[in-house]
Design a binder for this molecule. Structure first.
Ligand code: BGC
Length: 765
């Protein structure tokens, strides 16, 4: 408390107004603002780090204190009945570990990572995961979860892609809106993050992301716009990076003009953690809460009020919004949390939801679901050390992780014993040799990671004699603070390649099959090796029940219905963004001394992200956006597209023509009329998923597309414009597998003018 008291001391000249009886209510916020002293107002907008973390002033100390508690608090002012509120990390579960007053562990359910949820293409499912998570947040006495993460997968190499949803803004926005609805339905809040263009981890606190106004509006802001308009999140978290010049946290154009004035956001904006910025600039830009809160920020506010850099109306605007936020919180309602959410019920939810995000990439000869298999040889370190999630602040402190070996055993399969012994001994050996990244208790990525174990041919031959089938798990860990390398990150290592080649040679020679399970948080290279195994299941990082969820799919208890929410390119260099993404050669300085892709990153590719690029130029990929196989098959009817007042509605009937029950997600893409602005060949505008259809059963899916959502952003007019003409409406099982086509005619152009803001500060040509 010492440091905080020093901060408060600055305001001692200002005596509090008499307000003994005045207590905060939802309907007296203006009165409370009037009754507050400047010192109290400052406390309300500066986070309460001293309470949890013991007070600190530099980032290193912050990181030390980060793990054993929730991530932040807002300050309370008891005399006015204003409670403190608690902010816990997400997005794969509530990151709540201990309380300052006792040593008990407060485990939270480790749900599937964001990428996995998005690949379910099922907004109802995501909403139900949100509800379970929201209940844990509420029952652990937390007011807001710092989630969902909704930055765009600009590059497969971004270290935090596992927390984010997709390369596409519509998937991102709709999945995020469902997640927010689920959580906020429990009476707790969300903080959609990181607003905006936090597309890389390299130098994330300083890098200036230079993006065209069009790409910003269409790709990077669109998901946030959808989530804000459709789900009204309580809070938004402004990212660390700069955007076209200023830090996002100091950008009135971003935080006020776009977010509040254009989109109607009515919650609070908080900062991302760690770095201190210019306090007055932040508050004037529209920041309402400075997290985690530095004592010096209290002093800043006092001084800046005195010298005019900050005015009382500036501060009052944030204070008023903070109070509007606080009256919604469980702490304000005095909610008696139990500290005992139903973790068992939530484990069942994570187990089943994970299966729906899994993507079956290959299933040659229908090898899956497994049939007549008794004994499995399990290869790959990750089989025995399954990764439920990624690292960093998004790493949930979960009670356990079911690995694949355990999952298969739980399902009644026998797993050859000596491999487990060997991998366990290897892991122990590596851990003793050096600090490694696979310890589930270690929330942050620690180098070096344990390399895959190279096996002799004899070892593989012995296993092949003893087992009916081989399963190889290839794992990748990544997370906050670091982007993934191409070598050994996106690409397989030589040891992994060799292991796969030898496994396939030996098992296939013995007439036995090989299955690859991918336990990864983002896209990896598949083109060079996907021909080798018989089946490939992309399991993602599927949460604490991971091994059980994978076993459910491998054995056909669940039919996989996930589809890719991002493109799997042949080479990472095929992505146009790779020309301007940190790839490890960032030390080179330009003529002005700055480092490209570190100090600034030029988004030269503009809107050419993922499938927008590949489908427009007709470039081959390894697996296209929207792709995913099923154990059954689906037929699509001829679609119907009908104009309505505000755009069109469409319908298509999907029939399960196969032999087992399954779900199918249908993607609605639109190709705009030719002429005018250059447009991608097609763009996703809506999607829907069937319920579980029994063989022979059908369901008609309906879609609504507004004129506004057809629009592209025309920089020359600073307007969203839907050109007049004929739109081709395509119904796809994936972006490359269009099953039906309809048409929509827009008789007259529709345009929506917005503000001319967020202009790039460097040339992008
Ligand atoms: C991360 C945020 C996180 C915050 C609090 C930051 O470093 O970028 O995503 O919510 O820390 O832990």
């Amino acid at each position: 408390m010492k440091s905080l008291a020093a901060g408060i001391g600055i305001f001692l000249c200002c005596a509090p107004l008499p307000a003994q009886e005045l207590k905060l209510r939802a309907d007296n916020i203006d009165e409370i603002v009037k009754a507050m002293t400047p010192e109290e107002k400052a406390l309300l907008v500066v986070g309460r780090n001293d309470y949890t973390f013991g007070g600190y002033d530099n980032p290193k100390e912050f990181v030390r204190f980060l793990s054993p508690s929730v991530s932040g608090y807002t300050q309370g002012i008891p005399r006015l009945g204003i409670p403190p509120t608690a902010l816990a990390d997400g997005p794969a579960g509530a990151v709540v570990v201990t309380r300052p007053d006792n040593k008990k562990s407060y485990y939270a359910t480790g749900f599937p990572v964001g990428t996995s949820l998005a690949c379910s293409w099922n907004t109802q499912l995501v909403e139900s995961v949100g509800r379970a998570m929201g209940n844990e947040i509420l029952e652990y006495g937390v007011d807001v979860i710092l989630a969902p993460g909704m930055n765009i997968h600009r590059s497969p190499l971004c270290g935090r892609n596992y927390e984010y949803y997709s390369e596409d803004p519509v998937v991102t926005g709709k999945i995020a809106a469902a997640f927010v609805r689920g959580i906020q339905g429990c009476g707790v809040g969300t903080s959609i993050k990181h607003f905006a263009v936090n597309s890389q981890e390299t130098n994330r606190t300083e890098v200036d992301e230079i993006v065209s106004q069009r790409a910003l509006r269409e790709i990077y802001l669109k998901g946030f716009e959808i989530a804000v308009k459709e789900a009204r999140p309580w809070t938004v978290m402004a990212s660390y990076n700069r955007l076209n010049g200023p830090y996002t946290q100091e950008s009135p154009e971003l935080l006020t003009t776009v977010l509040r004035d254009e989109w109607g956001f009515d919650g609070i904006v908080m900062t991302d953690w760690i770095q201190k910025r210019n306090t007055a600039a932040q508050i004037k830009a529209g920041i309402d809460n400075l997290q985690p809160g530095y004592q010096v920020q209290l002093q800043d506010i006092s001084l800046m009020l005195k010298d005019g850099r900050l005015t009382m109306p500036d501060l009052d605007a944030s204070v008023r919004r903070m109070l509007q936020y606080i009256v919604k919180t469980p702490h304000f309602r005095n909610y008696k949390y139990s500290d005992d959410p139903d973790l068992k019920a939530h484990a069942a939810i994570t187990r089943s939801s994970a299966t729906e995000g899994m993507v079956l990439l290959k299933n040659a000869g229908g090898v899956l679901p497994l049939n007549n298999i008794k004994k499995v040889a399990l290869f790959g370190l990750s089989s025995f050390d399954f990764m439920a999630g990624g690292t960093g602040s998004g790493n949930v402190v979960k009670p356990y992780v079911v690995d694949l070996q355990q999952g298969l055993a739980n399902a009644g399969l026998e797993v050859t014993g000596n491999l487990k012994e060997m991998y366990t001994a290897y892991k122990t050996f590596c851990r003793a040799q050096f600090k490694c990244d696979r310890n589930p208790a270690e929330r942050w990525y620690v180098e070096p990671s344990i390399p895959e174990l190279s096996l002799s041919r004899t070892c593989i031959e012995n296993q092949a004699r003893e087992s009916d089938i081989a399963i190889l798990t290839l794992g990748r860990q990544a997370g906050e603070g670091r982007d993934r390398p191409v070598k050994g990150g996106f690409n397989l290592t030589a040891v992994e390649q060799n292991l796969l080649v030898e496994l396939c040679e030996v098992y296939h020679a013995a007439g036995k099959k090989v299955i690859v399970v991918l336990n990864v948080g983002g896209a990896i290279e598949t083109a060079s090796w996907k021909g080798l195994p018989d089946a490939i299941l992309l399991a993602w990082q599927p949460g604490q029940e991971g091994g059980n969820s994978v076993a459910d799919v491998l054995l056909g208890k669940e039919n996989p219905s996930g589809k890719l929410s991002m493109t799997f390119p042949i080479s990472v260099m095929d992505m146009p963004s790779s020309q301007n993404f940190p790839l490890g050669d960032e030390r080179r300085r330009g003529e002005d001394g700055s480092r490209n892709n570190v100090d600034y990153t030029l988004h030269k590719e503009g809107i050419n992200i993922g499938y927008r690029y590949f489908s427009s130029v007709g470039r081959e990929v390894s697996y296209p956006f929207g792709f995913g196989l099923s154990y059954t098959a689906f037929a699509y009817s001829k679609p119907v597209v009908k104009p309505v007042a505000d755009g069109f509605c469409a319908g298509i009937t999907v029939t399960n023509t196969g032999k087992c029950a399954g779900k199918e997600s249908v993607q609605l893409y639109v190709s705009a009329p030719a002429g005018g602005m250059e447009k991608p060949a097609l763009e996703l505008k809506a999607f829907a998923k069937t319920r579980l259809l029994q063989p022979g059963e059908s369901e008609t899916l309906t879609f609504e597309v507004s004129k506004y959502s057809l629009a592209s952003f025309d920089e020359s007019r600073q307007s969203w414009v839907s050109a007049a003409g004929r739109y081709i409406v395509r119904f796809g099982a994936s972006v490359d597998d269009i099953r039906g086509t309809g048409y929509y005619n827009l008789a007259k152009e529709a345009a929506w003018r917005v503000h001319d803001v967020l202009k790039p500060t460097k040339a992008l040509d």
